[in-house]
Design a protein around this ligand. Structure first.
Ligand SMILES: Nc1ncnc2c1ncn2[C@@H]1O[C@H](COP(=O)(O)OP(=O)(O)O)[C@@H](O)[C@H]1O
Ligand SMILES: [Mg+2]
Length: 225
């Protein structure tokens, strides 16, 4: 099991209103699986991914990463897991606008203290794998949305993570570009046995998975595939 959650709960309190954004979620994700979570806007997808991605901390319940209770780790240990073992893909790409394609992909490699020359070589390999070797020196605003998401996928894969967390990666894309992005994720991750956890509000996108879940009002349900 790469990820396991136990009664995972995240409550937001805004004035007098209390929202259980993630409500007693029990989830087990097997190594090398492709898992989707389908749910409407506001159902808790981002909150759940942020908890599993060690970006946010639960109100109650646990996240285990490779059988390790992450609440027992220091901030530094959590940061190291995020940097070396996880890759993140977002709905709005989150590329740095002033950096070129190749520099965006080099960034996580630099954070991992890979030498400059190797960073560059690896970034070019990754961008070639997502079919962007002809866009190395473009900046995000000079790319199409589909291209931006491919850069983000290359960046997410940079440090060879064992888990990709993709939060509505096709949310901003047209149907055809969205399917290409999903196919790319499936191809790249199946080849390397990288586990993928992907959220979407699109039923068609959710169907590509080995394991499918549905989330509503913070409650997660398993859907037989
Ligand atoms: N920082 C926050 N403060 C208060 N409420 C929040 C916050 N973030 C999310 N929520 C609420 O939690 C619920 C789940 O949000 P979210 O996880 O973003 O859903 P989704 O990603 O499925 O659209 C929503 O009702 C949202 O309004
Ligand atoms: Mg969201």
């Amino acid at each position: 099991m790469i990820v396991k959650t136990q009664d995972l709960t995240r409550i937001y309190q805004l004035g007098t209103s209390i929202i259980s954004a993630v409500n007693r979620v029990n989830l087990e994700i097997r190594d090398a699986s492709f898992v989707t979570i389908l749910g409407p806007s506001g159902s808790g997808k981002t909150t759940l991914l942020n908890l599993i991605g060690l970006i946010d901390q639960p109100t109650s319940g646990k996240v285990y990463f490779r059988n390790q209770d992450v609440s027992l780790l220091t901030d530094k240990e959590r940061r190291n897991i995020r940097l070396h073992s996880m890759g993140f893909v977002f709905q709005t790409f989150n590329l740095l606008p002033t950096l070129t394609t190749v520099e965006n992909v080099e960034l996580p490699l630099a954070l991992a203290k890979i030498s400059g020359q190797l960073q560059h070589k690896r970034a070019i390999e990754l961008l070639t794998a997502v079919d962007l070797s002809h866009r190395l020196h473009h900046r995000p605003r000079e790319l199409s949305m589909g291209e931006m998401q491919r850069v983000a996928i290359a960046r997410a894969l940079a440090n060879d993570p064992c888990l990709i967390l993709a939060d509505e990666p096709t949310g901003e894309l047209d149907t055809e570009t969205g399917s290409e992005i999903i196919k790319l994720l499936v191809d790249l991750c199946q080849g390397k046995k990288t586990t993928v956890l992907l959220t979407t509000h699109d039923k068609k996108v959710a169907e590509v998975a080995d394991e499918r879940y549905y989330i509503q009002d913070g409650k997660l349900e398993y859907e037989s595939s």
